[in-house]
Design a protein around this ligand. Structure first.
Ligand SMILES: Cc1cc2nc3c(=O)[nH]c(=O)nc-3n(C[C@H](O)[C@H](O)[C@H](O)COP(=O)(O)O)c2cc1C
Length: 139
């Protein structure tokens, strides 16, 4: 069974709930999937994963300057090189994600080979486009 670890950083719970919904859907599709906070994430969660989804809430000035917050950047900085897993990113936001994914990718550029999925949501719900993108990601 393929393993998917969904690692989130959430301030008020939306990104956590989104991560949990992703894990639940991937579980329905037959993967061994779990959502973990960056604080719960250990080396083995990275090493064992076939799919790794890394998520953070969008921080910025709403109209510009979006970036992953300091705690997530610190998490990214101390990650080992992830060479085995297919990697995707996700974020939740209110108005605009702007440079959020660019900031996340920049923080990860020495850690992952490529980023094969970017999901953004204004809520914790997965819409049909999110589901289709996830299906393609694991396909
Ligand atoms: C300090 C702060 C800055 C934020 N900046 C942005 C922003 O630039 N763009 C945006 O769309 N949402 C912004 N938001 C909204 C959050 O990204 C959004 O509510 C997100 O879903 C929160 O996730 P969480 O509940 O997991 O913490 C900001 C929220 C806070 C508290």
């Amino acid at each position: 069974m393929k393993k998917a670890n969904i690692i989130y950083h959430s301030k008020h719970g939306t990104t956590r709930a989104y991560a949990e919904n992703i894990a639940s859907l991937l579980g329905e599709w037959g993967l061994d999937a779990q959502a973990l906070s960056i604080g719960q994430c250990r080396i083995h969660h990275l090493a064992e994963a076939d799919y790794l989804l890394l998520g953070c809430w969008t921080s910025g000035l709403f109209f510009f300057g979006q970036h992953p917050d300091k705690e997530w950047r610190q998490f990214a900085k101390q990650l080992p090189v992830v060479s085995e897993a297919k990697v995707g990113l996700f974020t939740t936001y209110k108005l605009a994600t702007g440079s959020m994914f660019h900031g996340m990718a920049q923080a990860l550029h020495t850690k992952v080979n490529s980023i094969d999925l970017k999901l953004r949501s204004k809520s914790c719900q997965l819409n049909e486009a999110h589901k289709a993108a996830l299906l393609q990601f694991i396909g």
